[in-house]
Design a protein around this ligand. Structure first.
Ligand SMILES: Cc1cc2nc3c(=O)[nH]c(=O)nc-3n(C[C@H](O)[C@H](O)[C@H](O)COP(=O)(O)O)c2cc1C
Length: 243
């Protein structure tokens, strides 16, 4: 185990802050590119990579975007804003291409390929006229009485996408902090309006807005619940039970 690297990583995770006060300085495009590299290398379910990044740096576009984000000032004040977008149609768009890459790279063997080809379309397809999710929504819980049934992205697509976006955005924000930059994850926005501002096509949904840039240094205290109140050994223990 490399305890120095672990300690350095813990320092990084503990010292990151959500920042709302930014200097107006622009970010070099190369730096944004490196942060997006970190975001791109996040894991995703079946390696489907359903996360796209819309980078907004033009002052006019940031001002319009701010209005769709409940007028939160950090959207127009940060040097750049990255909108993390989830692709609802990712299986149709590039399941075959990703699988081919993973096979060629040796990440997927023949048996796993067979399983993926069978399971992924079944789990994600919403069938003719998008009604296929109905039988999945009803049948899956029934099957669950007899066997373990995984969650069906066809039924809970936004939930599935939110996990993928969250992991990617965390990589992005930690990379930004490592580079001496600040960021703020944001869910306080109007999804439809943000989609219109960015010109997102059907099937693409804005899921997280992350302003990034140079912080105006302010003293901010960061708090977390004690770890012991959140950790459960082997099975759930009700930590709030009295006596
Ligand atoms: C999914 C998510 C959505 C958030 N949305 C907003 C937001 O819309 N506006 C905002 O100012 N902060 C937002 N935050 C930041 C949280 O308030 C912040 O992460 C939390 O208070 C903990 O502080 P820290 O990030 O500095 O540790 C959001 C955080 C997360 C994880």
């Amino acid at each position: 185990m490399n305890s120095d690297k672990l300690k350095a990583f813990l320092d990084l995770a503990q010292s990151r802050r959500s920042v709302r006060d930014f200097k107006p300085d622009a970010l070099p495009g190369e730096v944004i590119g490196q942060l997006l590299e970190a975001a791109r290398w996040a894991p995703s379910g079946y390696n489907l990579q359903p996360v796209h990044f819309v980078v907004v740096t033009a002052p006019g576009q940031k001002a319009v975007l701010r209005r769709a984000c409940m007028d939160q000032r950090q959207v127009s004040e940060a040097g750049a804003v990255v909108v993390f977008v989830g692709d609802r149609d990712v299986v149709k768009r590039h399941f075959d291409a990703v699988l081919a890459m993973d096979i060629e790279g040796g990440a997927v063997n023949e048996a796993y390929e067979k399983l993926l080809r069978k399971y992924v379309p079944l789990a994600f397809s919403t069938g003719p006229m998008g009604l296929g999710w109905l039988w999945k929504a009803t049948l899956a819980p029934l099957m669950g009485c007899f066997t373990s049934v995984p969650g069906m992205p066809a039924v809970h697509r936004r939930y599935w996408l939110a996990k993928q976006v969250g992991l990617s955005a965390m990589n992005f924000m930690l990379a930004a902090h490592a580079a001496g930059l600040a960021s703020c994850p944001m869910e306080g926005f109007d999804t439809r309006r943000v989609g219109r501002v960015l010109g997102l096509p059907g099937g693409m949904e804005a899921m997280l807005v992350v302003p990034v840039g140079y912080a105006v240094e302010t003293e901010r205290v960061k708090t977390r619940l004690p770890l012991a109140s959140l950790v459960h050994e082997e099975r759930w223990v009700d930590k709030n039970r009295k006596g």
